[in-house]
Design a protein around this ligand. Sequence first.
Ligand SMILES: O=C(O)C(=O)C[C@H](O)[C@H](O)COP(=O)(O)O
Length: 207
Amino acid sequence: MSDLHKFPVIPVIVLDDANDAEPLAEALLAGGLNIIEVTFRTAAAAESIERIAKAFPEMQVGAGTVVTPEQAKRAIDAGSKFGLAPGTDPETIAYFKQQGVPFIPGIMTPSDIQAAVKAGCTSLKFFPAGAAGGPKLLKAMAAPYANLGIKFCPTGGVTLDNMNDYLSLPEVFAIGGTWLATKAQIQAKEWGTITQQVKDALAKASA
Ligand SMILES: O=C(O)C(=O)C[C@H](O)[C@H](O)COP(=O)(O)O
């Protein structure tokens, strides 16, 4: 897991066409980002992960929206080096653990946090961060668990404008979002725009 904590920004990607996988990964790498979360929301996800893992071994490619053990298997078989989900499912967590692949389940309440910790996870996604109450909610909710060493990755409504409100919290190891490479930009093959968005986000994260 510590590897994942090296990246302050995680692009959450929805790919409809696996042919876009390599140029997209190239655009992210050109912006300085070696990490990508390809969500299991489309039929192209597994093939996209496989293609990125093969073409760019320097890229930490992971699977997002992994909500069942069956999807977890497909994600790992395709070459995912980590997995994430919007929620906490004990069986999916168990599958990742069994395979020795880091997994970051999603939480939105103290009960979710406790369920994830009980299942052995201490790196958690806070989703949907903005709609749930933003940095203020996360700070208040994380306080009682400070002794457990839990770290969070807020996603959902995170943008260039508010990302540092989250990153400035000591319990936040990264933020994620679709704004770094939107579905529309990928469909329109706006690779230069995506590279620039990544550069802007990384510059802001280190500011
Ligand atoms: O699919 C997952 O694994 C998730 O946890 C959800 C995503 O992180 C959010 O859908 C990103 O939300 P936006 O950046 O506001 O579009």
